[in-house]
Design a protein around this ligand. Structure first.
Ligand code: ADP
Ligand code: MG
Ligand code: MG
Length: 496
């Protein structure tokens, strides 16, 4: 028998069902095949440039539990978070304040900031920004009360706490579409009853594609294309293909082209009227799936072409200001008293958003920053140190964080980071299926992301919708998240 006798307070979707080793092995094998069939797949790490060698994406064998109230709150807050980020992105004074010190010490953020400033100086050729966002949360246990029933028991007082708001290249909205069917199969095969609505239908790719098409309609040129700005080699390319196919399903007349910075440098032209062309194709919408970390820019030429794109009439997803507003520094500044109220008038919405904020601290060279540094050094287990980076694997925790903070304690370098209260997420049990990793039942923690689409200008919000979710689950012993980064797996919520 597999070690399925779950310990106290370690709930799992399986409850008290017992699976033999043999049954488990068969089920894992089936699950991998279902995943491939339903499109939950990624290019292989050892052969990422070969489109013919995909494998199942890292995933959980079973869904993880998610309390209904948490699920509903995260979903219903999405449009309000998007309004908040949309308004913050168009508030130059606020952005100035956020980035003033960061750009003194963070070269990459400075480069993005210079693009932003140049665009502001020359004036926006395209007033609209498109956001395909994903807002990520964990279930914090700091105030939770654990009962005595180990199975299907959800502790009272779990709190929805925001991890971060992703405003560029928010991924997995494609291949997650196939995970719910995979989990329906695995639950049925394990003999676990799932009630109606417990494994909600989830197809973010549809809504994300609809967002790209909405922007295309606003651009209003019949033969113009949607350009996916990508890297040359991308393990997660299947996720992009999901969106390409969804665009085709919804409007086959709209063409999608994939291009790199290099392609645009060689074959792109910005015309007098600010129309951007790739060879003879006019570009209506640019969807950035690349360009969010320093090594995506191999030389100044890549930054120059990014600026050219930003200066064009094409609708950018995200525009440079939408990208900047997703920085951790902005999240920390939004958490200051009074700031939410500046952007959102409805006090009950403000209260609900604020309730999801963990403690966040600036590390500027002032008394507040000094106090934050000392606080983190004296209790390193309670904080996370975050730079202005994306994609997982960049944060510092525990002793490593402490030692680093001691090193940069009195240096301006610390302004590149923010300090965040550490969330202690609710632990469950699940099997993580990752290539080359033991799939035994283990303690896991989940992060729930909500996808949404926002389209608008400084004066107007044209479109603001929530379009689905992503559950990512990782071993409770890993600090970091990120699926491509190798830590997390795709998962679906079993609503309880
Ligand atoms: P990135 O943009 O690189 O994904 P995140 O802020 O999402 O940056 O951090 C990466 C991962 O680190 C998250 O997926 C989560 O697993 C973990 N993490 C981030 N912030 C916290 C926190 N405050 N407490 C606990 N874990 C965190
Ligand atoms: Mg991120
Ligand atoms: Mg993240």
């Amino acid at each position: 028998m597999s070690e399925i006798s779950l310990s106290l307070n370690m709930a799992s979707a399986l409850g008290s069902i017992v699976l033999s080793e043999e049954k488990l092995k068969t089920l894992i094998d089936r699950a991998k095949q279902w995943a491939l069939l339903y499109g939950v797949q990624m290019r292989r790490a050892d052969d990422p440039s070969n489109p013919a060698t995909v494998d199942f994406a890292p995933m959980t064998l079973f869904p993880s539990l998610l309390p209904l109230a948490i699920y509903e709150e995260a979903k219903s807050l999405q449009i309000h978070f998007q309004t908040l980020m949309h308004r913050a992105a168009h508030d130059q004074t606020f952005l100035d304040k956020c980035f003033k010190n960061v750009i003194q010490v963070d070269e990459f953020t400075k480069k993005l900031w210079e693009i932003y400033q140049e665009v502001q100086k020359q004036g926006l050729a395209q007033p609209l920004s498109l956001g395909l966002f994903r807002n990520d949360f964990m279930m914090d246990t700091k105030k939770a009360k654990f009962g005595m029933n180990p199975f299907h028991e959800v502790p009272d007082g779990l709190e929805l706490k925001q991890i971060e708001f992703n405003s560029i290249a928010s991924s997995f909205g494609g291949l997650i579409c196939g995970q719910q069917p995979v989990h329906r199969h695995t639950m049925a095969a394990a003999g676990v009853e799932v009630k109606d609505g417990q494994l909600p239908e989830n197809r973010p790719a549809r809504g994300l594609a609809a967002g790209l098409l909405k922007a295309w309609v606003h651009y209003n040129v019949k033969n113009a294309v949607i350009l996916f700005l990508v890297s040359k080699v991308e393990r997660n390319s299947q996720d992009q293909v999901w969106l390409e196919c969804q665009i085709f399903e919804q409007n086959p007349a709209v063409h999608v082209v994939f291009a790199t910075f290099q392609d645009l440098i060689q074959k792109g032209t910005l015309k007098e009227d600010k129309k951007l062309y790739l060879e003879d194709k006019e570009i209506a919408v640019i969807y950035f799936r690349h360009g969010y970390v320093p090594n995506h820019y191999t030389s100044q030429k890549d930054f120059d072409i990014r600026l050219t794109m930003e200066l064009s009439r094409a609708i950018k997803c995200p525009s440079i200001h939408y990208q900047l507003v997703g920085c951790k520094k902005v999240q920390q500044e939004l958490a200051r008293p009074g700031i939410l109220e500046h952007f959102i008038k409805d006090t009950s919405v403000v209260a609900r958003i604020r309730a999801t904020f963990a403690g966040q601290y600036s590390l500027d060279m002032d008394s507040e920053g000094n106090e934050a540094v000392e606080m983190a050094i004296s209790s390193p287990g309670n904080f996370v140190l975050k730079p202005q980076r994306e994609g997982g694997g960049n944060n510092l925790y525990g002793e490593e964080m402490k030692n680093y903070l001691i090193k940069i304690r009195n240096s301006e370098e610390r302004q590149a980071y923010i300090l965040m209260e550490r969330i202690h997420p609710w632990q469950q049990k699940n099997h993580l299926l990752k290539l080359g990793v033991d799939p035994s039942l283990q303690n896991v923690v989940s992060e729930i992301g909500i996808y949404g689409v926002c389209l608008g200008s400084a004066d107007e919000e044209i479109y603001n919708v929530q379009v689905g979710h992503l559950l990512r689950t990782k071993s409770s012993s890993d600090n970091e998240g990120g699926i491509v980064a190798g830590f997390a797996t795709v998962d679906t919520p079993l609503i309880v």
